[in-house]
Write a protein that binds this ligand. Sequence first.
Ligand code: NAD
Ligand code: ZN
Length: 284
Amino acid sequence: MDYPSLLSIAVLVMPVFIKKYVCQKHTCGCSMANGADFFAQIRDMLAGSKRVVFLTGAGISKESGIPTFRGNDGLWKSYDPVKLASLSAFLENPSLVWEFYSYRQRLIRKCRPNPAHVAISRIEDQKKGDGCWVLTQNVDGLHRCAGSKNIVELHGNIFKAKCIQCGFYGDMDMDMGVDAAAAAALPPKCPNCGSVLKPGVVLFEEALPQKEWAKAIGIASSCDLMLIVGTSLNVSPANALPFCAKDNKAVLVEVNPEETWLSRSMDFTLKGSAADVLPRIVTY
Ligand SMILES: NC(=O)c1ccc[n+]([C@@H]2O[C@H](COP(=O)([O-])OP(=O)(O)OC[C@H]3O[C@@H](n4cnc5c(N)ncnc54)[C@H](O)[C@@H]3O)[C@@H](O)[C@H]2O)c1
Ligand SMILES: [Zn+2]
């Protein structure tokens, strides 16, 4: 068989081998090509970057056992979590929303960081100082459990509660069942002023905490590499952060098994699960 025929077979067969980690060639003109060792090239980019940012979402915690809101396993008692996790749902029925959050607390308390969280923490260790940041939409605290320290929790933390009257913000690990007595105690009251407490997470229809948001914009705008992991980028304003990074000419790398509405604007897309892909970009 002549050389051109072999080449055409190789070209036909190659996508089968690389399907799992399709790395699209995008806007930055970088020379990463199909069939190359994507992971080695991402490792090089990581080593050369002055500041790397991981923008993470529910998908990174999926393999820790925490369902995303939008997946098939997302429903709770036939309620749509996206509707339940809203300010209007909370104002209408705070006890129901607290019941949902106490269920989520119980679910999350059992979960442990997966290799994706651990890989990010390892990269932070290697970059030292403030060379690596996690901007997370997750409320599960798993990045901290994995050892990351430079974290901005854009949407708060599920083990906290907030008072809308006096501003109290404190720990709230309910560890409660859904028996009648526990349900009757809902919603919890503020220890300072006695008002109804709100879960310490940013609900849909609520603004992000100013301090965290300003910090996130500053960090995203000063990075030269952003990895966007496990987020559909459907939630605003967190989905504006890749644009801040792009304004600073950062390289954008998406890690997601599915295409998102911004996939085609990324410099690179690694199609795969976070727990599989991220450990491959760490140099141990
Ligand atoms: N773990 C959590 O803390 C948690 C869980 C559910 C929802 N939320 C909240 O709900 C909102 C949802 O927005 P979002 O964009 O974070 O999530 P989303 O549910 O909108 O999107 C999840 C994304 O993860 C991808 N994904 C699924 N499995 C994956 C895997 N194994 N590896 C990598 N990616 C994977 C999906 O393709 C999807 O694009 C956020 O505001 C978040 O605070 C948080
Ligand atoms: Zn109060």
